[in-house]
Design a binder for this molecule. Sequence first.
Ligand SMILES: CC(C)(COP(=O)(O)OP(=O)(O)OC[C@H]1O[C@@H](n2cnc3c(N)ncnc32)[C@H](O)[C@@H]1OP(=O)(O)O)[C@@H](O)C(=O)NCCC(=O)NCCS
Length: 167
Amino acid sequence: MTEIKFRTPLVSDAHSIHKLVRDNKPLDENSLYLYVLLCHHFSDTCVVAEHDSKVIGFLSAFVSPKTSDTLFVWQAAVDAKFRNQGIAKELVFSALSQTGPSVRYVEATVTPSNTASLKFLQNFAAELDAEFKKKPLFSSEILGKDHEQEDLVRIGPIQKNLLEVTA
Ligand SMILES: CC(C)(COP(=O)(O)OP(=O)(O)OC[C@H]1O[C@@H](n2cnc3c(N)ncnc32)[C@H](O)[C@@H]1OP(=O)(O)O)[C@@H](O)C(=O)NCCC(=O)NCCS
């Protein structure tokens, strides 16, 4: 794989992350301030991928306030030039390895048409030999007519010791 560095985001990365998300459809656009908050308050569970000192990938995630054994992955974005090299999968590995031992599940929502998104999560689960489940979560009626439904993916339980082996 190309020389890519995975690291926790800094507040000074928020502009680059905001631009990366805006440039990588079909991600929802959020305000710059949202990414400043993520980089400040959620830097322990969010990850950036850097190439030549440029942010080329980003994963936002947080430990679910409802289920403390679960890392919820929100947005994943990889610059088009760097796709299909396993960077999104590595971003999830990196985020999960930053969590404590009690976090043994990963959840994410995927839209049915986003094959790449589903595939990188399947690859992540397969590499850890973890169960992969998918079921409908939010319908278009809830998300608005211009938004496809979001299915919930749940992966786990994950043997955290395997993260060191696969890293
Ligand atoms: C989704 C996204 C983050 C994946 O990033 P990535 O670094 O390319 O992901 P990975 O390389 O880890 O895995 C992608 C997998 O999907 C596969 N894939 C990509 N496009 C595909 C398609 N159209 N049909 C089938 N498989 C596809 C790749 O071949 C790869 O699988 P493989 O390694 O088994 O061959 C990236 O495509 C992206 O930024 N998309 C735009 C934003 C987005 O949709 N984000 C996700 C919603 S939050």
